[in-house]
Ligand binder design. Sequence first.
Ligand code: MG
Length: 364
Amino acid sequence: MRIDGFDIMPVEMPLHDKDWAFALATVSSARGYAVRLSSDGAHGYGYAPAIPHMGSTFEGLPVELARFAAVTKGFDPRDIEGLLQRLDRSLHGASQAKAAIECAAHDLVARALGAPLWALLGGKLRDRVHVIRILALKPPDEMATKAAELFSEGYRYFKIKVHGDIDEDVARVRAIRERLGDNCHLTIDANQSYTPKAAILAIERMAVHRIDLFEQPVNRFDLKGLEMVTRASPSIVEADEAAGTLEEIAVIARNRLADSVSLKIPKLGGLRNARAAARLCAANGVKYRIGAHVGTRLLNAHGLHLAVSSPEIDYACELGEFARMDNDSFEGLEVKNGTIELPESTGCGVTPTTQAWQPLPERS
Ligand SMILES: [Mg+2]
């Protein structure tokens, strides 16, 4: 089996909410590139999201992908470790582009075998997972209104974006808990916006409103600060930006610097690294779950197969953000009543709705 085709397709999904804000940026669309690998007429798909705060841009991804195409074409897609070595030797970093190719290789092999993707990941332990929906940063009342709308659609898990102002952030949590009542789960994501002491104080004040988890309280490089918050906090403290690579997760897990880690396929460079990270966490007594896979259903399909095949996941995952966007280029995945179910088809289970594949740019 040889990879004989490598094509990319830009994906741009406008958000329903044009002022979707979190502590690091305001965004109006989710953008990235779908990658299609082909072999003897069979196709496999992967997705590279443009996430500037994690190191990938819409402008840079085609250049990285063109570079990787040269070492991917002609290679056996079943030899995924070999493919990853070639990508790593070609360029350091570029995790999102590597993840797209690695996911597409998994998808291609699964489809060629007529098997679902989870079969290549060691099996499935569940058929569906609860979905957390993310509430963008807004005044408390507006966030509570949005939460109530999602609650009425069946969602019971919410992530509240906060920005490092204790009084305002506590008011957000209070407003949402008061509006929704006790029958739901609340988590917080500070996206690095707190100092350690302020985070400890904020978590103490939020705890009376019953929060399950507090994500990335402090700067990603402040591991001592992360540890301080973890030790002092009654809530589960989760690392996201600080857990950007397998090596960073190894340090966090080994030293129990956080209680939990947010795993994302793009930041970790693919499914195999994400699975390795999950194992590292579990072996060190650290929880993990699948964090936000922002963008097309294609990316979330890969995230879902990872979630159903990961033994220790015991909480909701962030696999439904596509529901707040238009223009998806892939179909076959929907959230129903706050849960997302494995598609029955082969591979990752979604198919492209358009065929606007483009040649790669010339390498200079
Ligand atoms: Mg986060």
